[in-house]
Design a protein. Sequence first.
Length: 496
Amino acid sequence: MMHYLPKFLAAALTLLLGVMLIATIYFTLFDLQWIAFLAGVLFAAVAATASQASKSQWLVMRRTRQLQRVKGVLADETARYERTAEALRVAELRFHLIGDALPVMIVFVDREERCRYHNRAFARWRGRSSEQIDGQILREVLGDEIYQEINSHNAEVLAGKEIRYTVQSPHAGGGIEHCAVTLLPYPPGSEHSAGYYALFASRVDSGAPAPAAMPGASVGNAMTGAHENGDAFYMESISEQLISGSDPRAQLVRALQEDHFALFAQKILPLSAAAHYPRCFEVLLRMQEEEQNMLPPGGFFPVAERYNLMGKIDRWVVRNVIKWCMEMQRGDPAWYMPLYCVNIATASLSEPQFASDVCDELQRSKFPPANLCFELAEPDVIGHHAAVQAFMGTLRPLGCRFTLDAFGSSKVSFAPLNGLTFDFLKIDGVIIQNIHTDPANLSKIRAIASAAHKMNMHTIAEFVESDEILAKLREAGVDYAQGFGIGRPGPIAQVS
């Protein structure tokens, strides 16, 4: 408004002088002196108005030229940014290509301990798809045993210090296993790293004479060489080292036949006194090594998948959970049988006979099916929808329960549930982490819990590690919680 005031005043003054000139002419009977005076004043006013208009036009032209120069600079910066982004994209593709070709297992972990990049060797080692690694919590991907050692160096590596260490342990096939771990802060040299790269390599020192050296190189602390086809390779794969022997498949088959597996369990805590299932546990599996050491699933699942043994392992788990429960009930008729949740592998879902075998086992043992819950991972439900539908269609009429596991690991969507009825929805730990400090994640939990309840599903939050998170879950309406803050996994007889 103030910008237009001088122009308005000049125009008003000119108009006023024009009116005065006409009035003077009328009342002075065309006196030339008055006419000449007022005409001069009117001319001065018109000249001032023209000068103001000229100045405004000059300012507009000046601002226009400045704007054009800024637009030119902005266009140059945009083009430079696009060239930089393209160069970065090409460099990233080149880095991923090289990373996937390396035999060393590589994973990048950010400050929140989420996996943001991994190569193919790492995915094969952990026995997971990329969707099951990207964005996941490091502890979930690595398992507690490996994670705890890395976590002890977490502060140092995030402060910019490069960490290298080697873990030695007796190997199941004899000799000593050496696992070399390298933690590299990124960006290098920074005292406040955005995260770090973790590199893993392993070899077994059997004490036997070493074979003739083959042309190769040392990548970090990993022992590598040239394969017959020219590719770099591990001296032995991690998984086969962990269950070493001339025939890894035979080792697993023998473990199944001789019951060298052990059932572990982790408590699932109801968050309200009115919970429908007051006692719940997730069943976990360990493989017994020599000297009573327990090998976590990450050590033998990749080999089991390679040799199509996951169906046999899942059958062993179901059979032995039922056997253990029935023995407990016979020994103590007052024993209250909990709900046990058993994870089912993709390979088992793809076997039409697997569900029938479970039915036969339930009928033979007279085990109450309502106390057995099968956990199906969300990626399997999406990728094998028809097989999941057939599996659930066979077992649900008996009374078995079902859990949709890892919900929200990639995106929150209920579309995969079309045509399927789940009793539980287990919310992925990626969403649970930091909900006590992140209002967005807490709002997401509330929305998931509300939608699940409308679909008659109970919600389970996993990776609950503190009382603060537990309080927020109760506030959000979540029904159950699971994690190290609730209880650590242990032998089933001790935990449940």
